[in-house]
Design a protein around this ligand. Structure first.
Ligand code: PLP
Length: 409
């Protein structure tokens, strides 16, 4: 079928704007009339540096941050590499900052706010360095099946969470792609307070650039590009410069530590990647190019007094509102999995109640060119991914199908 007839709601890799793909396709054959494909060009060429710079500048502009305060890294390895990278780097930063504690053999600690499967998976990262770091977990799973789907009110979770005074970092996943749980805007950062010593880390893989956020409050933000930014292959890491400075001053580490500080593997070592302007090794520049096209396109939305990201946020909210409205209009047929206050605007997860049938629902949608709706294999159900490239028109088509389906039951 023609691409225009398809509306794609896959969770990632996800839809990309057609004009971005067309520009990328042209560059795949002959980039900028150079006679060479972009994938044939050296990652160290001036052309590649320009692409990296453009992507970095657009990203910083979109989030209203500056190179004076933040460093943007483009890395391979996906969000998954960052699960480990943040632990290695931030534990080192902790040891540099607290040499007396490290020398005494005290273990550093870090806290994870676990609201779904992706925050839980980070343990894979934390366990690697567990010899030296006490990774504590505040889990929001509830019920006998220990399912995710809610974030209790502030007072409750604050009571659970007591970050140690010298905690290395507090980590959360801003949007849980599989469970459909998103932290309400501004939290938990606002609730953690304005302690300049507290380093907050957020995995924004599946909701970055869908709403504004205050970059100054975060120590590290990371996001694989393949949902809201571009294609699979690069991850954007936003790092506050004071943390980078701390990491770069590794000479201050005390010589004898028990337990020893784990040495950060070079491909995860933020100062190494930063010093090389993200070109320590061969970076997939073509993927950075796709990201730069998407970022420039998003920036181009600027106008009418609102910033580009505010416009995108309003659109994302409105698309999500329409989708939840149709679900809520038919409570006997559709059951939204997460609690109302934490429903994700990006991944709308629901079950069909008999006589509704999830397989038939998804098949019927496919027949109309509405693709990518099957829920994640670990939880089942239906999932509508409402990323930036999903147009309001695509959402309207899906809403119409859902209303028709409900009528037919
Ligand atoms: N974090 C979140 C929220 C995700 O949705 C995903 C993947 O879908 C990941 C991390 C892992 O990302 P990657 O597959 O790029 O390693």
């Amino acid at each position: 079928p023609d691409r225009a007839a398809i509306a794609y709601f896959g969770a990632g890799p996800s839809a990309l704007p057609t004009d971005v793909l067309e520009a990328a396709a042209a560059s795949l054959v002959n980039h900028g009339d150079s006679g060479l494909s972009l994938v044939e060009q050296s990652h160290r060429s001036a052309l590649s540096s320009r692409i990296l710079q453009d992507a970095r500048d657009s990203f910083l502009k979109l989030i209203h941050a500056s190179a004076d305060t933040h460093t943007v890294l483009f890395m391979a390895g996906g969000g998954t590499l960052q699960f480990s990278a943040v632990v290695y780097n931030l534990f080192t930063a902790w040891a540099v900052k607290h040499p007396e504690l490290a020398r005494e053999g005290q273990r550093g600690s870090c806290e994870y706010l676990v609201t779904g499967g992706w925050a839980a998976k980070r343990l894979v990262g934390a366990e690697n360095v567990n010899v030296a770091l006490d990774a504590r977990e505040v889990s929001y799973a509830s019920g006998e099946a220990r399912k995710f789907g809610d974030i209790p009110a502030a007072g409750h979770w604050q009571g659970n969470l007591k970050p140690a005074r010298d905690s290395a970092f507090v980590y959360f996943c801003d949007n849980e792609t599989v469970d459909g749980v998103e932290w309400p805007k501004g939290s938990p950062v606002d609730l953690l307070g304005d302690d300049p010593d507290r380093i907050i880390v957020a995995d924004m893989s599946s909701n970055i650039l869908s709403r504004t956020f205050d970059a100054s409050k975060f120590g590290v933000v990371f996001a694989g590009a393949q949902k809201n930014i571009g294609s699979t292959g690069v991850t954007i890491v936003l790092l506050r410069n004071d943390i980078l400075a701390l990491l770069s001053s590794g000479g201050a580490l005390p010589p004898q530590l028990t337990p020893p500080i784990p040495v950060t593997p070079v491909m995860m070592h933020y100062p190494t990647i930063a010093n090389a302007s993200s070109l320590y090794n061969t970076l997939p520049i073509f993927d950075v190019y796709i990201a730069s096209l998407t970022l420039a396109r998003l920036l181009g939305r600027d106008g009418t007094g609102a910033t580009a990201l505010e416009l995108q946020e309003a659109e994302s909210d409105e698309k999500a509102r329409k989708l939840y409205a149709v679900l809520d209009d038919h409570p006997a047929l559709f059951h939204v999995v997460p609690a109302r206050g934490v429903r994700s605007r990006m991944n709308i997860c629901f079950r069909l109640i008999a006589p509704g049938d999830e397989t038939l629902f998804v098949k019927g949608a496919e027949a109309k060119g509405l693709l990518g709706l099957k829920g994640h294999r670990s939880v089942g159900g239906v999932r509508i991914s409402n990323y930036n490239a999903v147009t309001p028109e695509s959402v309207d088509r899906l809403v119409e199908y859902m209303r028709e389906y409900a009528k037919g039951i």
